[in-house]
Design a protein around this ligand. Structure first.
Ligand code: SF4
Ligand code: SF4
Ligand code: SF4
Length: 170
């Protein structure tokens, strides 16, 4: 999946969205490369999302907002869409994965494990770094890009980035 990422003009990489990448984050399984051609902006996907994480973005097109919650991959958005926007046969809902930036409190030697506690996949591990401070790392093969860690982070240190299609576990 090439370009599911982010809407940047807002607050940092989507708090999940990078300022360097203008592409908004589309719902899982969506054909991102043809999204604005296929989507009629009817809002059915947003109305169907039980997590409330799909909002109307630029031009009225739906975008994921991880500040509102995480994706459970329930596929309600895909099932509600009356247009050929979604590809449920895709190998993965998306290739997003979490990254932890330098504003992380643990990196600054402040005790925090909020991201690890929020992760439903146990994809965030803490390991001792030089100096004896435990800092988080994300296991790419376990991370589903659900976004649960993003809102949980008190330091806005978590961002989501598209990764290679082959990284995610089946
Ligand atoms: S898969 Fe479910 S939780 Fe995720 S964006 Fe779609 S409707 Fe919302
Ligand atoms: S929740 Fe944020 S600040 Fe806390 S350890 Fe995780 S990335 Fe660092
Ligand atoms: S995006 Fe989801 S699976 Fe990945 S590290 Fe964050 S909480 Fe865990």
């Amino acid at each position: 999946m090439a370009d599911e990422s982010v809407d940047l003009g807002r607050r940092g990489f989507l708090r999940g969205q990078r300022r360097s990448d203008p592409a908004p984050l589309r719902p899982p399984w969506s054909r991102t490369e043809r999204f604005t051609d296929l989507c009629t902006r009817c809002g059915a996907c947003a109305d169907a999302c039980p997590e409330g994480i799909i909002r109307r973005g630029d031009g009225g097109f739906p975008e994921i907002d991880f500040q509102r919650g995480e994706c459970s991959f329930c596929a309600a958005c895909a099932e509600a869409c009356p247009e050929p926007v979604f590809d449920r046969a895709a190998a993965h809902p998306w290739t997003l994965m979490a990254r932890i930036g330098p504003s992380c409190l643990a990196i600054k030697r402040v005790v925090c494990r909020s991201c690890r506690d929020a992760c439903p996949e146990s994809a965030i591990r803490f390991a001792l770094a030089p100096g004896g401070v435990a800092v988080p790392t994300v296991e790419d093969v376990s991370c589903t890009g659900c976004g649960a860690c993003l809102a949980a982070c008190p330091a806005d240190a978590v961002t989501l980035h598209p990764g290679p299609e082959t990284v995610h576990a089946p």
